[in-house]
Ligand binder design. Structure first.
Ligand code: SF4
Length: 400
């Protein structure tokens, strides 16, 4: 009997953002935010192109000034990703941004000067058919909610989000995505868990102001893994100080490790120790190189000795348990061949290709995609069907 992990995804509505669908059973979308002044058109567009190349699927630009709103149309014309405008403090900038062809607006209703102004933004977003992220942030929680609990704790953040949702619904507006961010990991986890019990609008998840990598990536993983494993999260951003491009790989790695969105082979390797009897680092480096760009959803384990080797290798789809200068290749628990250390990489690559052929014949071969947009492009090879419906929405099935 095979043990199956239990997992229930937070049931959310679907919200369309550009040609993507967020929420429901759709894959968790990876997003990021640009760093130049938005009105610095060339720099902003260049950064968006670099983000897209890294696999970013949704991009956000800040709009603090009229000249930033003024370039939104031109940015949109020059990029392929759905574009989000990010507004703080000035509701007039939200209204100005909505005059341009953006795909989503992100506001924190708590810092735009009152609920009348929030309603004005809601009305305009509704008229234009533009979805909105309600971004509640522990650092800028409305005084009323913070005072109720004495400090900006998870229940205060969720109360605040629910109140904004209620106001939006009273305006007949439902195209919402909600975030409850904090720089405190425990606050993030509790806030999203509490929210998921009470509402079904999709969530954008992240640990805000996580700081500088590599600590910021670890901190984000600590905050996001518990909620991802609880089935919460429909879009994700890893906030890193500086260049946003590394945020994309970090987000996909967290999704891969939690098995929420698999887009490449999972390579399992032991840390090595005094029992090691092969050059494992060299073998893993060569394997990583050979597997680069591959999207097959396969678990490959390479372990340095017989202590855990056979057991771990059996857990994987394919694995090597090494001995002194040689090893055995396992396929789902069965030894399929003996190999010398010098032939291990080649032999494993041959077995991977064979495994792929067999899975394809059975119709069970699964591929991740470098990004949803890449999966939808006909000129890029992928085994997992991204479908585009009559409305131009891209749908990619979950792989887990
Ligand atoms: S698998 Fe063997 S070599 Fe690798 S860490 Fe464990 S005991 Fe050490």
């Amino acid at each position: 009997m095979t043990y199956k992990h239990t997992f229930h995804r937070h049931k959310t509505r679907e919200v369309q953002v550009g040609n993507l669908v967020i929420g429901g059973d759709n894959p968790i979308i990876v997003q990021s935010m640009t760093t130049p002044d938005t009105h610095n058109l060339e720099a902003t567009v260049a950064e968006i192109h670099r983000l897209e190349e890294a696999g970013c699927e949704l991009v956000r630009v800040t709009v603090p000034k009229p000249q930033d709103a003024a370039v939104l149309g031109e940015i949109k014309r020059r990029i392929k990703l759905p574009l989000i405008c990010d507004i703080h403090f000035d509701y007039k900038m939200a209204l100005a941004a909505l005059d341009h062809p953006v795909d989503k607006i992100r506001i924190n209703p708590g810092n735009i000067g009152g609920m009348d102004r929030f309603r004005q933004v809601l009305k305009k977003a509704k008229d234009k058919g533009i979805p909105m992220r309600i971004g509640v942030n522990a650092g800028s929680l409305e005084r009323e909610f913070a005072m109720k609990y004495g400090f900006p704790c998870p229940p205060a953040m969720v109360d605040s989000a629910l109140r904004y949702i209620e106001i939006a619904e009273s305006e007949g507006y439902h195209d919402m995505i909600v975030s409850l961010k904090s720089s405190d990991v425990l606050t993030v986890v509790e806030a999203y868990r509490l929210y998921a019990k009470q509402a079904d609008y999709p969530t954008h998840i992240g640990v805000t102001e996580a700081g500088k990598a590599p600590y910021a990536v670890t901190k984000s993983a600590c905050g996001l893994a518990p909620i991802l494993l609880d089935g919460i999260g429909d879009t994700i951003r890893i906030s890193l100080l500086g260049d946003p491009v590394p945020e994309i790989a970090a987000a996909f790695d967290i999704l891969q490790a939690t098995q929420r969105r698999v887009r490449k082979p999972e390579l399992i390797a032991c840390p090595t120790c005094g029992r090691l009897e092969i050059d494992l680092e060299d073998i893993i480096a060569k394997l990583e190189h050979r597997l680069a760009g591959k999207t097959t959803a396969i678990k490959i384990s390479v372990l340095g000795c017989v202590v855990n080797g056979p057991g771990e290798a059996r857990e994987a789809d394919l694995g090597i348990a090494a001995g002194k200068g040689k090893g055995v290749i396992f396929k789902r628990g069965e030894i399929v061949r003996n190999v010398l250390e010098k032939d291990m990489v080649e032999a494993l690559m041959e077995e991977i290709a064979k495994w792929e052929r067999e899975e394809a014949e059975k119709g069970t071969l699964k591929h991740g995609a470098p990004s949803i947009q890449a999966a939808a492009r006909e000129d890029e090879p992928h085994g997992n069907s991204a479908e585009q419906d009559d409305a131009g929405r891209i749908r990619l099935p979950m792989l887990n």
